[in-house]
Write a protein that binds this ligand. Structure first.
Ligand SMILES: [Fe+2]
Ligand SMILES: [Fe+2]
Length: 187
């Protein structure tokens, strides 16, 4: 599969994940899990960073200014049908992040390297590493719910370069993309 097709598939996946997490956030609020809602919103924002990076890569390769709406299809009613209770939503989110980090972005990154498309390779690489962080965040929240641990609110920061998510304070340098703390945005 060509890098262009991979970028379009990634844009579609990220756009759907972003919208789905926003819906999961609403549900978490209804179930009185404000911190989990906050996390879903922050990760949704992180996916929007991946969208921005992938779109830039696509534009560089195609030498054009593509419109995201011409590339992706987000069926909000279909996504609404996927909303369940928050613990199951977290499990759904975890499954998606693991698929992206372990399978999808791994193979997309390899294709981009083979086709010598550096901008796409970097975009896939950053997304793959950030999704790994997202997966571990969702996994921790599932464990906390299963053990009935109290989930306290924390400050959440998202790296606007790579979509990495950090709690309490932004790190001096992003462990994923190495940009400084000034590139972190509090959500
Ligand atoms: Fe993610
Ligand atoms: Fe980063």
């Amino acid at each position: 599969m060509s890098v262009i097709a991979n970028l379009k598939e990634a844009l579609n996946g990220e756009s759907n994940a972003k919208r789905k997490y926003e819906l999961f956030a609403e549900r978490a609020m209804e179930e009185n899990h404000p911190h989990i809602a906050h996390v879903f919103k922050a990760v949704a924002f992180a996916e929007s960073i991946h969208i921005k990076n992938h779109l830039r890569a696509l534009n560089v390769i195609m030498n054009t200014e593509s419109d995201l709406n011409d590339i992706v299809e987000v069926d909000v009613e279909e996504l609404r049908g996927k909303i369940r209770e928050t613990k199951l939503n977290l499990m759904d989110a975890l499954e998606g992040e693991l698929y992206e980090t372990k399978k999808m972005y791994k193979s997309f990154e390899k294709n981009a390297r083979k086709e010598k498309q550096d901008v796409a390779e970097l975009s896939f690489n950053l997304a793959r590493q950030a999704e790994k962080v997202h997966a571990s965040i969702f996994s921790d929240l599932i464990k906390s719910l299963e053990k009935n641990r109290e989930i306290e609110s924390q400050k959440i920061y998202v790296c606007t370069i790579c979509g990495n998510v950090e709690f309490n304070d932004p790190p001096a340098r992003c462990p994923v993309c190495d940009h400084s703390e000034k590139f972190f945005e509090e959500l």
